[in-house]
Design a protein around this ligand. Structure first.
Ligand code: SF4
Length: 308
């Protein structure tokens, strides 16, 4: 039985200091994106279930909030797709009883065609869904969805969410160089964005290590050009410059570095060794990679990190 469902607070360019809440075991998801930073999906499903006990999650959130200084957001996310948790509405309501810190849902947005899923997130203060493709073929290539999710169904779900949800929707568009970061594809994506009507469009690319080695990040210049196509509500969120410089994050980064001095480790090894959540580990590792303090290599389908 899992005992810790919260992680962080982790630094987030969009959400400031964000306390993560993991609602789903690794790695259960309705997608298996080529750019995923968590690893390959081992259970691709659209089955809604109480994957972790609601009361235990809420107890953990309550306890964690007594141990840390006030985060800017409590973010429901984790090791897979959080809207697969059948009790997400109860979890949001429960958190709202504990604190007035805004609750964000970080989701791939693939399940909002189901009335139950759409209704279950209406209590959140912010929803951050994704749209990474402009048609069925590219959707299948980039997101590798569960067979019961068609592109139209997914986009219709996002449109319905917009109609029923009065809070903020920030739509993340993850671009892959040579695949979706080309004008024709971007224009197709924009057609659907214009139907969904999010409050903001946020462009991201593979600044973190993707699961598939053939995924290439888009250059900053090209991202700027693409942002221009989406218009004034669009911003680029790739890159975290500056947010890791706070003392509380530096301490954990040092621990990761110390561990890697002893032996090369995968993300899983570091998480287990330091008892920190996978998502938190990824943030520190990426920061160390950016600073060129560590290196990375693939060995037998595993990504290993080592000190330089
Ligand atoms: S939706 Fe998110 S967790 Fe699921 S495969 Fe894609 S990037 Fe990974």
């Amino acid at each position: 039985m899992k005992t810790k469902y919260t992680y962080g607070p982790v630094p987030s360019r969009r959400l400031g200091r964000s306390l993560g809440v993991d609602l789903i075991p690794f790695k259960i998801c309705s997608y298996d994106c080529i750019y995923c930073q968590l690893g390959r999906t081992t259970n691709k499903t659209i089955k809604l279930k109480e994957y972790f006990p609601i009361d235990e999650i809420l107890r953990d959130v309550k306890q964690r909030l007594t141990e840390i200084s006030r985060p800017d957001y409590i973010t429901l996310a984790g090791s897979g797709e959080p809207t697969l948790h059948s009790g997400i509405d109860e979890i949001i309501r429960g958190i709202k009883k504990i604190t007035d810190i805004p609750v964000a849902v970080l989701t791939n947005g693939s399940l909002f065609w189901m009335d139950k899923v759409r209704e279950s997130v209406l209590g959140a203060d912010l929803i951050i869904p994704s749209l990474d493709a402009g048609d069925e073929k590219t959707f299948r290539h980039v997101n590798r969805p569960h067979r019961d999710i068609s592109f139209e169904k997914m986009v219709d779900g996002l449109c319905s969410l917009r109609k029923s949800y009065s809070g903020q929707i920030w739509l993340e568009v993850f671009l892959v160089d040579g695949v979706t970061a080309i004008e024709g594809e971007v224009l197709k994506i924009k057609t659907h964005v214009d139907r969904i009507l999010p409050d903001h469009v946020q462009l991201n690319t593979a600044v973190r290590t993707p699961v598939e080695s053939f995924v290439d990040r888009v250059t900053e210049e090209k991202m700027e050009e693409i942002a221009g196509i989406f218009g004034s509500s669009c911003e680029i969120i790739a890159d975290y410059s500056g947010v890791h410089n706070l003392d509380e994050f530096t301490a954990s980064r040092e621990d990761v570095l110390e561990l890697l001095k002893r032996r090369p480790c995968s993300i899983e090894d570091i998480s287990a060794g330091l008892n920190i959540h996978r998502n938190e580990t990824i943030k520190y590792v990426e920061e160390l990679l950016d600073k060129n303090l560590i290196g990375m290599e693939r060995r037998d389908d595993r990504l290993l990190y080592f000190t330089r």
